[in-house]
Design a protein around this ligand. Structure first.
Ligand code: URA
Ligand code: SF4
Length: 239
């Protein structure tokens, strides 16, 4: 079903969206705060019953890049902040070391905003009922790139582009372009950092994927007005 190529993209839409939003940062911040308040009060699924804190997500309302994980874990639930445990440490260091960015420059969130008991996988119905918050965050932030961390987030976003997958390994290392409602985005799927903590091979792949993210970010910066879609193989891309 998938082409064994990376879609290397020339996102001509980016210039427009940036200028359109200039001056709107405050409104975006307010809009995000409003959603966060709703999330903290939310009882739309049973996960509210066990939460200490909901975890709406955090970061720059004007972020060019958004990272979306699965659901809060133990530490996230305690602190009400995303990716603050060991997996979060790895994510934070990849963002700094591979992308040269600070956490506060990006936006980090999850598909599901409250911690599932014992860190079990979120159920399909929980994802369905919670994901409108995520959709709204994407609509407000209008990131250029969404990095999906792990299976749930990858399945969720690629499905929106009409691509059905069952896991990350089929699609990592590839770059997808699409529209989410009114927002044009590039989606880059990769492994969840927690998976890489226990598997050194995945850690290497995750690092390589972050190098791909960096390349795409630079590509976007280098020439904002290009771009026709070009398909090249990944090994070509890295030479
Ligand atoms: N794992 C996730 O998917 N999200 C977090 O916020 C923390 C760990
Ligand atoms: Fe609401 Fe989402 Fe929390 Fe469920 S997980 S209670 S839908 S915020």
């Amino acid at each position: 079903m998938f082409k064994k190529t990376a879609l290397i993209i020339n996102p001509c839409f980016i210039g427009e969206s940036v200028s359109e939003l200039r001056g709107g940062a405050m409104d975006k911040k307010e809009a995000l705060n409003k959603i966060a308040e709703e999330i903290r009060k939310c009882k739309k699924c049973d996960l509210w019953k066990n939460r200490k804190n909901a975890v709406p997500g955090e970061g720059n309302p004007d972020a060019e890049i958004m990272f979306v994980g699965e659901a809060p874990g133990f530490n996230e639930d305690l602190q009400g902040r995303p990716f603050v445990g060991v997996a979060g440490k790895l994510l934070t260091s990849l963002i700094m070391d591979k992308l040269g960015l600070e956490r506060r420059q990006v936006f980090i969130t999850n598909v599901v905003k409250c911690r599932p008991p014992n860190n079990r996988d979120p159920k399909q119905e929980e994802i369905e009922v919670c994901s409108p918050y995520l959709d709204e965050q994407v609509r407000i932030i209008k990131p250029k790139i969404i990095v999906t961390l792990g299976r749930h987030s990858t399945i969720y976003f690629l499905k929106k582009l009409g691509i059905n997958v069952s896991g990350v390994s089929q699609v990592r290392g590839k770059v997808f372009r699409g529209k989410l409602n009114d927002t044009k985005v590039i989606i880059i799927p990769t492994y969840h950092p927690a998976a890489a903590l226990y598997n050194p091979r995945l850690r290497g792949i995750l690092e390589k994927d972050f190098e791909l993210i960096k390349t795409i970010l630079e590509e976007i910066k280098r020439d904002e007005k290009l771009f026709e879609i070009k398909q090249i193989r990944l090994d070509e891309f890295f030479t």
